[in-house]
Design a protein around this ligand. Structure first.
Ligand SMILES: [Fe+2]
Length: 221
């Protein structure tokens, strides 16, 4: 704990007891002594100070807690089987999906350092404008927790348990898992190129996820 002096605390405590004890003896009302005790302790004990300000998001968005009226939520419930047959089959099985490592130097191979060197040589030729674009892409991809959270605010399709078997919830989790590869690949690639200021990007991602997001939807009911 910063700025905390235990010696000061002990001195204050002794002084407090010197005042409290005579008061307890002299007072005829136990009730009053109790409150006097609380008050003197409040004065006597130094407040624990830290230099840390409580974390506050940079932005406070418009707060909408329900996205659908009950009758419209029923529509989504009735579409569960349609979504199972027409949406879930669009998801690629994990074993058939590419992974970031398919495009990156293999860290367990003896040729890792040569592969990194080659990657850096090739990246030298890429104009800055391309990296500006890639950084924008990467920051967007890395804020995936925000998108999954946002999807789970939506009535009728949210994942009620975090592992719900409803079609909408299965879709949201699998889509998130697929998407997660994009940020991973961009992050590792850009780190290896040495062409971008990774710490600034990482701070931006932390700010972005901490801020959250809302989608303004206009309802006609
Ligand atoms: Fe993506």
């Amino acid at each position: 704990v910063e700025n905390f002096q235990s010696r000061d605390l002990r001195i204050h405590n002794v002084l407090a007891q010197l005042i409290i004890l005579p008061c307890q003896l002299l007072s005829s009302s136990l009730h009053n002594v109790f409150f006097l005790f609380l008050w003197l302790n409040y004065l006597a004990f130094p407040r624990v100070k830290t230099n840390k300000e409580p974390y506050t998001p940079r932005e406070v968005h418009l707060q909408v807690t329900h996205s659908l009226p009950a009758q419209k939520k029923e529509v989504f419930d009735s579409l569960q089987s349609w979504a199972r047959d027409n949406l879930l089959n669009l998801l690629k099985p994990v074993e058939k999906s590419w992974q970031p490592q398919d495009f990156l130097p293999e860290p367990s191979s003896d040729g890792f350092y040569d592969e990194v060197k080659e990657l850096r040589e090739r990246a030298k030729e890429i104009p800055d404008e391309y990296f500006v674009c890639l950084v924008g892409d990467m920051v967007t991809e890395e804020a995936l927790p925000t998108y999954q959270t946002m999807l789970n605010t939506l009535d009728g399709v949210r994942d009620e348990t975090g592992a719900s078997p409803t079609t909408w919830a299965v879709w949201t989790r699998a889509w998130t898992a697929e998407e997660n590869r994009h940020g991973d690949l961009l992050n590792k690639y850009m780190y290896l190129t040495g062409r971008v200021d990774m710490k600034q990007i990482e701070k931006t991602i932390q700010y972005l996820i901490g801020s959250g997001m809302v989608i303004i939807i206009f309802y006609f009911w």
